[in-house]
Ligand binder design. Structure first.
Ligand code: BG6
Length: 506
């Protein structure tokens, strides 16, 4: 059987998904207008979707199809001003439909079923359905259960998938509960738990780089690597998401998902096949090997901070506690640095230093591998200082690329070494955005870039005790701890420094 269709765009071969109906829960919300509809519009414009697809937005608000289309048009113009073309929009917009729904009422789901059947009538080939939960997690459980009991989750004709945005749970217990509810209505192969970091090209490249090059993998272990740093920093503050963020904080918002995913990809063993289940098995094994955090001496491995006022790009910005919807005495951390050990054969004794924060000096996501010093420095007598060990830096964003830093002789007669960099920069070539990638993969049924139930639970099982301990020991006096536009709290410097190491500059 080979009826899969591909399309080449510049250097990139894209598999076209089969015809589908996409049902978006939370269609009047921010995510639908800002990410989902603009991504679909671009995919459709670039002919990366089948001609046969339709979108049904559902939400509580009463609205006609025409109003929904108008609302999406405004959002699209705002999200992709350079890409908006009236004629393309007109054709695309005919595929958008809307229905208002009461999420709690089972009768709404019977009506939804009827609506899907009626709008599908024009498209004889549509047999597949994707439900996208672009809505507050508070209603996830209700929607998922109702989709199951109304029969909408079944796969009689084609596939039925469900996309669940983060947060997947709030702690271990709620993540387990959500997974149990998902399992009550869907099979795991139907569930697409999304982490948009996994859809970034440069994140996908981590595995390609590690396992498609024979020169790096032999050196990717405790014998040669001194430590690893994973940095995900932002210049943005919480913006309009204060209500959510103040309950979440940086550990739930960035560590449990994105940063732990980067950790897993960096530390995992090579799977026998580049195939979703095998890759996800290896990632879970990493989480199982992470040494539990010492709750009685958390300060040895964790530094938290919250941004105060300061300057970003020459502009004054307010402190976290002055942001909209943030209580004036909030102790929610917006920065964390965490030291992690992975107790397995490959990584025994190698610290992984992870850090992430908002309102820092620079937006930067990178993974840096810091190699050990050379075992014997034969130039020691002729050199004033120690030479810097090699580093390999995977630059996730911005300025995507890879740096290998090594020592080279400076011209002249004396022994004179200087660090130099071999730099690979991704060219600005065609690439899909994270949401475009995720939509396509989910419609093709490829779960590689989505997180499996056990992966989510393992990550929560490591961080939930830490969150509970922090919640118990809330220390209001110590906040805020860093100025907006800085490198983060000063105490964070000490985390690697105590071990004789230092952070790479931001
Ligand atoms: C989101 C977080 O998941 O990731 C945000 O909720 C954060 O707080 C964002 O700003 C960062 O994503 P990116 O792709 O801009 O690095």
């Amino acid at each position: 059987m080979n009826d899969v269709e591909y399309r080449m765009i510049e250097n990139c071969e894209i598999e076209i998904p089969p015809p589908f109906c996409l049902v978006i829960f939370g269609a009047s919300g921010d995510l639908t207008g800002r990410k989902i509809i603009p991504s679909l519009y671009k995919l459709d414009r670039d002919k990366l979707l089948s001609d046969q697809f339709l979108v049904l937005g559902v939400a509580r608000t009463e609205m006609a199809d025409a109003d929904f289309r108008d609302q999406m048009k405004d959002s699209l113009k705002e999200a992709l001003p350079e890409n908006f073309v009236e004629k393309t929009w007109k054709e695309f917009s005919q595929k958008l439909h809307y229905m208002s729904i009461d999420y709690d009422d089972p009768r709404s789901y019977t009506a939804l079923k009827g609506k899907i059947i009626s709008i599908k009538e024009k498209y004889e080939d549509i047999r597949n359905c994707v439900f996208y939960l672009a809505i507050t997690p508070k209603v996830y459980e209700t929607i998922i259960s109702n989709l199951g009991s109304s029969g909408l989750a079944s796969e009689d004709e084609g596939f039925t998938h469900i996309v669940v945005e983060k947060p997947i749970g709030w702690d271990l217990e709620s993540a387990r509960r959500l997974n149990t509810i998902l399992r009550g209505s869907f099979q795991e192969k139907q569930v697409f738990r999304m982490d948009h970091y996994l859809a970034k090209e440069t994140v996908q490249n981590i595995l390609m780089f590690r396992f498609a090059n024979s020169i790096f993998e032999p050196l990717w272990n405790r014998r040669y690597i001194d430590h690893v740093q994973i940095t995900v920093t932002e210049t943005l503050g919480v913006g309009h998401r204060g209500g959510y963020y103040d309950k979440a904080g940086v550990i739930r918002d960035m560590f449990q998902n994105h940063i732990f995913q980067l950790l897993a990809l960096t530390a995992m063993e090579p799977p026998a096949l580049f195939e979703a289940e095998r890759v996800r098995d290896e990632k879970v094994k990493v989480f199982r090997s992470v040494r539990p955090f010492p709750l009685d001496r958390l300060k040895d491995v964790l530094v938290l901070g919250q941004y105060g006022k300061g300057r970003i790009a020459e502009k004054e910005v307010v402190g976290y506690r002055e942001e909209p919807k943030i209580p004036g005495d909030s102790v929610t951390p917006t920065y964390a640095a965490l030291k992690v050990f992975i107790d397995n054969w490959r990584w025994n004794g190698v610290p992984f230093y992870l850090r992430s924060g908002k309102r820092l000096k620079k937006k930067k996501s990178e993974i840096s591998i810091h190699y050990r010093h050379v075992p014997h420095l034969m130039f020691a007598h002729a050199m004033a200082e120690d030479i810097e060990p090699n580093t390999l830096v995977l630059r996730i964003q911005p300025d995507e690329g890879i740096d290998l830093n090594f020592q080279a002789k400076t011209p002249g007669s004396r022994v004179c070494l200087n660090p130099v960099a071999m730099d690979f920069a991704y060219q600005r070539i065609f690439s899909l955005t994270a949401y475009e990638r995720i939509l396509l993969d989910c419609m093709r049924g490829d779960q590689m870039l989505f997180v499996r139930d056990d992966g989510v639970e393992q990550a929560w099982s490591l961080l939930t005790p830490v969150l509970e301990k922090l919640e118990k020991d809330k220390d209001v006096k110590n906040f805020p701890k860093y100025e907006a536009g800085s490198d983060g709290p000063e105490e964070a410097e000490l985390l690697p420094k105590k071990d004789g190491r230092e952070w790479r500059p931001l």
